[in-house]
Structure formats: C-alpha cells, structure tokens
Write a new protein. Structure first.
Length: 391
C-alpha cells in the first residue's frame, strides 16, 4: 500500500518537530513537509501534493480557517485541525476540515505516544474519507458544512491548484522585513512613566525576565543563545502546553552557552542558569536570605494564560525592583503588558520587541501603548541591549 503523504502546518517549530517525530513511527504515513504558516503551506502543497494535512488555527500571516476557505474551493486536501483553540472548531469544519483534535497536554512520553496514536488514526480516516477527491476543485465530503458537488467541472490537480497563488496575492501578504535600523535609530518613545535611572546593576542581584507567545520559541532562542555562560539568571515564560516546555528547555540547553531547565518549585537561581516556566504552572520570582529562587505552582489562568507573563513580571517587580531587566517579545494578546509596567514603575529596565521583527505585534504593542516599554528595538538588537546594561 502506498504511504499517505502528510503535510504538517503549525507556527510552533517545536510542536512540528515533536509531532513529526511521533508520526514518523507509523510506517503507513510519510511526512513530506512541514510549514510554519499558510503561505509556506501553499508552497508545500504545490510542491508535494499531500494526501492529508494537519493544520493549526492560530498562526501568523493568516489563520487556519481563512486558509481553508481559500484552499478548499480550488484544491481539496483532507484536513485535520490540531489546535488548542476549540472556539473556532465549527468555523473550521464549515470551511472544510474533516476532523478537529485538541492539542495534547503531554506531560510524559507515554502521553505523547497516546496522542500520536489518535492523530495517526485520524490521518488514515481522513485519507480514506477524502482520498478520491484529493486535488479536485470545489469538491469535498460532508463534514459539518456545505457540501460542494461539482466533480463534472473539476480541473486536473496540477492546474486546479495554480489559482491559489493569485488568490493569496490578493490578500494583504506580509511586507518584506524593513532593513535593520542602526542602534542610534532605536525607538526610545515612552513618556507615560518614569524613565530608567541609567544606573548599572549589582551583578550578584540582577534578574533578567523574558516573556513571549506566538513566534516566541524562535525569538527567545535568538536572544538567549547570545548570552555568555556567566550571565545573571534568566527566567522565561513562553505560552506553551504542559510537557512541551520541558522539551523546549532541553532544546535550548543544547543550543545555548547557559544551562537551561524547566522550572521546578523551589529551584535556586544562579549565574549561568535559565529557567523556563512549566506549562500549566505560574512562574514567580521569590527571595530569601540565601538569594533568589522560583515558585512553580499550578493555578487559574491570568490574562488568559497559565503560565502567565503578567504573573512572572509582577513578581519580579515586587522582589527585584530596580535590579531587573524585563523584555516582552512577539505574541498575540496583551499578557505581560501590565506586569512589565509594574516592573518599569519599580525602576527596572524594560524592552519591547518592535513591530517589524515580531511574528505578531500584540503583546509588545500593548506594553508600549501603556508606557511599559522604555526602549523598543528589533529582535537582533535585544541581546546586546541587555548585555550592555550588565557590563
């Protein structure tokens, strides 16, 4: 039997890597490509003509539902939505998705293995259900929405898919990145709260706190991999499900000069150590007579998330005060904005990623708009800005 050609589409490179690793264990499925957004997925579809596609909903450049609405009338691909955003389930099915599977809360390898069994079975069902229609225009099996039945007018697959290119071109496709700004051109606009006093930090006491969401896994890595191995302690909240934060910390640990680990309640902070907030656990900075340590405890969502960037930044403002650096990076929503403002009002040095270098300019924009950001800068400049404050 011919192997099912699968395309995996998700904006998280970590999730794509983990999902692909487990799916590849099924000898009936061949992952022909992975894509981080619908524009890349379009190119992969043109190149590989997959039999089935897994698709996230919340992605940069174009969300999954909008992608399906453009794709399905022109080129049918049996699609399984794999997303933590269940509120868009019906819209995705109406747009042509065959099945909706929530992203896993994976704490162990066995959890992920169980999820991979579910997703592999769904891939095979999707192929069996829609296999005869793959590549046909305006045709898809009933799956919760309108059923198109125009097989007699269907173009051949190699011609049917070509209009997707012009279809995408009519949307507001992202502009090419702006050329890098010289350091003296960096925006320092924020006159709504007190500016940083310009003093250097006591090297034994400084804390670096970083928060991010959509697009943050790659952005955070670009920042922390530059840090020397004796950099003061770094604490990070990246919106990510339980289980995946451990995998992410292991990946960073392989690629960074500093040691990186997932937070455990009571972890002591020291120079050369990065702590990643665990999924479904709020990360807080604490201090006693021995120095800084972290609290990692489950709790209700704050600003829509657990872990929450607001929770972490607020604890830093209360515990470290002016002896801290906070940076808010790419992400959807406003989590972290109020916490960063508290940090700045406590005298901390605060940074926001600029619009041009963000995958999603949501969290940094909200922080900037309320005066929480002292300096706004492109991603590539943020590591140097932080290090210049330290040394």
């Amino acid at each position: 039997m011919r192997r099912i050609k699968l395309l995996v589409v998700d904006d998280s490179i970590l999730f794509r890597e983990v999902l692909s690793r487990y799916i590849r264990q099924d000898i009936q499925i061949d992952i022909v490509g992975t894509a981080g957004d619908p524009y890349s997925a379009r190119d992969m579809i043109l190149k590989y003509e997959p039999d089935v596609m897994t698709l996230d909903i919340e992605m940069p450049r174009m969300d999954g539902v909008a992608f399906l609405k453009k794709l399905m009338p022109q080129y049918y691909v049996p699609t399984i939505i794999v997303s933590s955003s269940e509120e868009h389930k019906k819209a995705a099915q109406d747009a042509g998705a065959i099945e909706f599977i929530p992203k896993p809360i994976a704490r162990t390898n066995s959890d992920m293995e169980r999820f991979s069994n579910v997703i592999c079975a769904a891939i095979k069902r999707a192929y069996a259900k829609g296999g005869s229609l793959i590549g046909k225009a305006n045709v898809r099996p009933a799956s919760g929405g309108t059923v198109y039945d125009k097989a007699d007018k269907t173009e051949k697959p190699d011609t049917a898919i070509r209009p997707i290119i012009s279809s995408f071109a009519t949307t507001s496709a992202p502009a090419k990145p702006a050329p890098p700004k010289a350091p003296e051109q960096l925006s320092r606009q924020s006159n709504r709260s007190l500016p940083h006093n310009g003093t250097k930090f006591r090297k034994t006491d400084v804390i670096i706190a970083l928060g991010a969401s959509t697009g943050g896994t790659e952005a955070l890595e670009q920042v922390v991999k530059v840090f020397p191995e004796d950099t003061p302690p770094v604490i990070i909240v990246q919106h990510m499900p339980a289980g995946f934060t451990k995998l992410y910390s292991e990946r960073l640990n392989r690629n960074c000069k500093m040691q990186v680990k997932e937070a455990e309640d009571g972890d002591r902070l020291r120079r050369g150590l990065i702590i990643i907030g665990a999924g479904e656990h709020h990360l807080r900075l604490c201090r006693d007579a021995r120095g800084y340590f972290v609290s990692s405890k489950s709790g209700e969502k704050v600003s829509g998330h657990c872990p929450s960037v607001d929770v972490m930044f607020t604890s830093v403002s209360e515990v470290a005060g002016a002896n801290a650096i906070g940076a808010i990076l790419t992400g959807m929503g406003r989590d972290g904005a109020s916490g960063l403002l508290k940090m700045r009002n406590a005298g901390a040095f605060t940074i926001g990623q600029d619009k041009e270098s963000c995958v999603v300019y949501g969290m940094p924009m909200e922080a900037f708009n309320i005066g929480a950001v002292e300096i706004q800068a492109p991603l590539y400049n943020i590591p140097d800005i932080i290090l210049n404050q330290l040394y």
